[in-house]
Every structure is written in C-alpha cells, then in structure tokens.
Design a protein around this ligand. Structure first.
Ligand SMILES: Nc1ncnc2c1ncn2[C@@H]1O[C@H](COP(=O)(O)OP(=O)(O)OP(=O)(O)O)[C@@H](O)[C@H]1O
Ligand SMILES: [Mg+2]
Length: 390
C-alpha cells in the first residue's frame, strides 16, 4: 500500500512543458481518476509515476520516500496500458504468472511454483476468468482479455495500480460492465489507483478523487460531485457533463437585468459588471433548465427557438438559440414526454443556485462571493419569492 504525493511534478519535452508543476495528494487506497482532453499530459504523468519517463523537475513521493530516481521495477507499480499486450502464444495462466517466478523466486523451485499457481488461481477467481485459464488470448472475448491484462498487473501484488484508458477498446456495453467490475475489484482490493480516462461516465462513477487536467496543469481536483456542482472555471464547466454546461457571454457593464436575451437577477448581473473589460460568462447545465412557469423558484429567464430535438429515450435533448441574442446557443435536457418540435419557442429559467458565473477573460469562477459571503444566493431568492407569494 502507498500514499502518493506529486510536488511540482514537471515534464519538459524540448521547448514544451507537457506536465506543468502538478501538485497532488493521493491517499493510501484511494481511487483517483485523471480526466482531460487529448494531449493534456495524462499518460505522461502516469509514465513518470511508473518510472518509464524521467521526471524533469519536481518530486514524486511514495509514503515518505522520494522516488524520482528509483528504477521502475523497484517502485511496486502495476500498470495496464490502453493497448495491453498479452503474449499471444501463451495460455491465460502463463500470461498471468509471467515474470512472477523471477520476482518471488526465493526458496525451492517447487515451492515457488506452488505459490505461483495459488496466486494465479486467486487472481483468476477474483476476475472470474478461472474457466479460461488454459486458453490463449485469441480465444477470449475483449472483456476477458481485458481482465487478463488487469490480472497480470495484479498478480505482481502492486502497491500502486496505474491504468491508462484500460477500457477504451471495448464496446459500450462491455465497458459499462467492466467499469462496475473495476469498482467491485477496488472495493475488495483497495490498492492505491491512478486511472486515466477520456470517459466521463467512468470518471464520475469510479473516482474517490477526480482530477481534471488541461494543458499540462490541474484545472480542478476534488470529489466528482463537488466538481460537477461547482466547476472552478469555464473549461471544467464545459468539459464535464454530456452535453457540457451552456455558457453565454455577458458584456461588461451591461445591465443584464434588462438585457434582451437573458434576464438575470441583479445580484448575478452585477458580477458581470465587476468582472472587468471582457465581462463575464454565465453558465447553466442543460438539465438545470426548466420550462418557465412550471415552478416558482426560477430566475435567469430567456426564450429560445428550437432547432433540433433529439429523442434519447430517457430524455430529450433540445438544441436551439436564444431569441434576441442569436449567437447564444442553448442545449436543454427535458422529460421524454414533453411535446416540442423544430421552430417552437420555449421560455426557460433555472434556479439561482444552478446559475454559474465565470470571468470571461480568465475563465475563473467568480460567483463564490455571493454563495459564500453573506446571504447564499438561493436563500436570498427564496425569501424574495416568499415575500411575493405571502
Ligand atoms: N516522447 C515525447 N516527445 C515529445 N512530446 C511528447 C512525447 N510524449 C508525449 N508528448 C507530447 O506531450 C503531450 C502530452 O501527451 P500525453 O500522451 O501525456 O497526453 P494524454 O493526455 O495522455 O493524451 P491522450 O488522451 O490523447 O492519450 C502531447 O502534446 C504529446 O504530443
Ligand atoms: Mg494518453
């Protein structure tokens, strides 16, 4: 078992800094997911931890030991790559035990072989591949092959488990199944795990701690719930969620309360005025848009003309544009029975706590002040509403 700490971890390839002073704490037994767009430095980070890529600067610490110069084979790390390579000419059992004897080979050969066989049995049971131990990789399904790759890393009894998009070449339903298997495996065998993925579903369901990366830096780290509810900047807001958050520009100094497109309460609108030259960006998630008039606690009203409606079974995805603010595209998630079609106009609103405000220039979240200091936004409006109703 190991606690991992990254202190200013940096990787420089020639002129370009592909991992840029990353600080991160990973608790013993924690499942951490690295999520981010292609090229943001996820694999490079993992390879530095595994010892496959020299660290340019900063420190890698396991428990209290600095590991920067520790050779890969002495780090106690098991790694599964996106294109896990199984040995095609060996049986599953041989693939699982490959290299084990050399690592554990103390004492008599016979005892070592017995131990090895017991270990392979144990791993095979855990991963439910006992019945395929005598087959070769080409006689396995994609999911079974995946499990053998995981098993091979597990058989070495790693202190740290590094997984780089291990499910990406499986089809969607198998991926869902393997995702749950991984969650179950981690519950049974809580090895400190760092898991890289593009897939938000995997990230949100598996992570104890979610780390969103962008351009070699950590954009935000925290629990999936926290990051989804309060993205630290407009990049994270747009990146997380499918589809991501609607983001609309507000001009600096606009009295947005009276703006044609989006009618915001003063308290939110005034933030955009304070946000400097470029003003602010207002964000609302598609599932937080409600039809105006269906509930009494909505603010941030606007009208939208529908362009496309996608029926996704469990819900509708409505794509449109704000009326009077033609450049503001709108995506809303609605109940599947809602009757709507192309060309319809619909008025929306959202609850105040679901309205996010970001600095247009830096992208940083700037509405913390209204949630943190003084009256929280939602209770402010609740009181206002009660005053109106009462
Ligand atoms: N050996 C190398 N030499 C030079 N540049 C490299 C090298 N390896 C990676 N890079 C660059 O570093 C950046 C980060 O690469 P990395 O593989 O870590 O990205 P990633 O987040 O894993 O992306 P993906 O999601 O596509 O796998 C990329 O711009 C890549 O081109
Ligand atoms: Mg990668």
């Amino acid at each position: 078992m190991a606690r991992i700490e990254l202190r200013g971890l940096t990787k420089q390839f020639g002129e370009s800094r592909v991992v840029d002073e990353i600080d991160l704490m990973i608790d013993d037994g924690e499942f951490v997911v690295l999520l981010g767009p292609s090229g943001c430095g996820k694999t490079t980070t993992l390879r530095m931890i595994a010892g496959l890529e020299p660290i340019s600067s900063g420190e890698l610490v396991f428990d209290d030991k600095i590991m920067n110069d520790e050779p890969a084979e002495r780090r106690g790390v098991g790694m599964v790559f996106q294109n896990y390579a199984l040995y095609p000419h060996m049986t599953v059992a041989a693939n699982l035990s490959f290299g084990l004897a050399s690592r554990r080979g103390r004492g008599s050969r016979r005892v070592a072989r017995q131990k090895e066989r017991a270990r392979v049995q144990e791993i095979a049971r855990l991963l439910e591949i006992e019945h395929v131990l005598d087959r070769r990789p080409k006689e396995l399904s994609g999911g079974q092959r995946q499990r053998v790759a995981l098993g091979r890393a597990l058989a070495r009894d790693p202190d740290v488990f590094l997984l780089d998009e291990p499910l990406s070449n499986l089809d969607a339903s198998l991926r869902d199944k393997m995702r749950m298997e991984l969650a179950r495996l981690h519950a049974e065998l809580p090895i400190t795990t760092l898991y890289v993925t593009h897939d938000q579903g995997e990230a949100l369901t598996l992570a104890d701690q979610l780390v969103v990366m962008n351009g070699g830096k950590i954009a935000q780290a925290g629990s999936p719930r926290e990051i989804y509810a309060r993205p630290a900047d407009s990049f994270v807001a747009a990146f997380l969620g499918s589809p991501g958050m609607n983001l609309w520009p507000l001009g600096a100094g606009d009295n947005a309360t009276h703006q044609e497109g989006l009618r915001l309460p003063d308290k939110i609108a005034s933030l955009s005025a304070r946000a400097g030259r470029l003003g602010a960006t207002v964000g609302i998630r598609p599932e937080h848009l409600h039809i105006a008039g269906t509930r009494s606690d909505l603010v941030a009203h606007f009208t939208c003309r529908v362009q496309v409606v996608e029926n996704l079974g469990s819900h509708l995805l409505l794509h449109g544009a704000m009326i009077d603010q033609a450049r503001a595209d709108v995506v809303a998630k609605l109940e599947p029975q809602f009757d709507v079609g192309r060309g319809d106009t619909i008025s929306f609103g959202a609850r105040a706590e679901h309205v996010h405000v970001f600095d247009a220039e830096s992208g940083a979240r700037i509405d913390d002040a209204i949630h943190r200091g003084g009256t929280p936004l939602h209770s402010h409006y609740r009181r206002q509403r009660e005053a109106v109703i009462g």
